[in-house]
Design a binder for this molecule. Sequence first.
Ligand code: AMP
Length: 441
Amino acid sequence: MATSFEDLGLGPEVLRAVSDAGYTTPTPIQEKAIPFIMMNRDVLGCAQTGTGKTASFTLPMIDILAHGRARARMPRSIILAPTRELAAQVADNFETYGKYHKLSMALLIGGISFNEQEKALDRGADVLIATPGRLMDHIDRGKVLLSDTKIVVIDEADRMLDMGFIPDVEKIIGMVSSMRQTVMFSATMPKEIRNLAEKFLSNPKELTVDPPSSTAQTITQGIAHVGPRQKRSVLEKWLKEDNIQNGVIFCNRKRDVSNLHKSLEKKGFSVGALHGDMDQHKRMEWLEKFKSGEVKFLVCSDVAARGLDIAAVSHVFNYDVPLNAEDYVHRIGRTGRAGREGTAYMLVTHHDEKLLTAIEKIVGSSLPVLEGMEPRSKEDKSSNASHENKQASNKNYQERGNRKRGRKYRDQDFEIGIEPEFDMPFGQTPNVPAFLLRSFK
Ligand code: AMP
């Protein structure tokens, strides 16, 4: 017989909240992780978003934290998440599942005033949910003491690695007593994450669940071969198709997110935008408007590709081919969720061919070309040659630069708007002030 939530050792209030949320059976990661977390064991979970992993740590934490009281500035537990949106989402989960408890929560993310966050810390937090950079800022200001912290959760550890947050994560865990319970989740387990686990987890229970397989199977994918100057017109044609309920449009760079957003708005599309440089309130506002259906489309950078739980997205449009093949999987994973049908289209210019090959390798098959959108002939391509060469050399710069600098700066390159100049010599790292490198938190 299938395991029920009642079998997992959760208390009656949490069970009531779970039932109110409409969940009847635990997902595999919940079934595996909850009993161990309830036993105060360290857990290393290999699980992606969409598997129900947030509830797999929030539910037992609520039960564990139900007894005891937080003291001012001394959080009893901390959850580290790589992006503001993910942190806010974890906080939402806490509110939903903790509705029958009186736990206090502090959400420390960038883009929001320190004042409110300090007040929440002063009141005492049972749960502190934070992005690593903002938490470090509060620690540096002497506003947080981690000596009373008993549980640490590191969510999306591989994403933290990609974003260069691991040094901050290490510093933070280093300040917590070694008597703590540590839970770490990661979608993949590269060497660096294994090392981190070895350093900070004590005899962890290792758990793995398969990625939600229904996703890929319910998504209809298609690509269009276009010249760079055709991208907007083809996208606009797609956006006018009848069967679109709503859609997320992905660009690689923040500047392009803003430009495309403005251009679509001008043309009368109902559209919002989301990227890492935007004011946090604005980001949340667009996200809410999109979730509620007030705007039909959302132009995004990869800040929105992973983790965001927007339940019913009918279409994903890749305006740019992602530079990392795995980002393609995360991007299209915004649609076709929970067994729903989804459609994912991508615009491909001829200098994206290598990136496309890498994506097809990960997906395991070639992506179907939409009718009438086959690659153009050589002569055709040469008409845009000078423009494309410029773009290709820029991309070439970025790829070489990224390789040289290591993956650490990849997201920052695109999320804090470090746009390499065309005449910058290969391999020269743009001079980025340290405080900007933090601004993604
Ligand atoms: P997550 O992987 O934590 O981002 O969760 C993905 C989605 O699954 C969220 O919309 C959750 O609300 C939902 N969810 C989590 N646990 C369950 C469950 N046991 N049954 C149904 N849906 C769930």
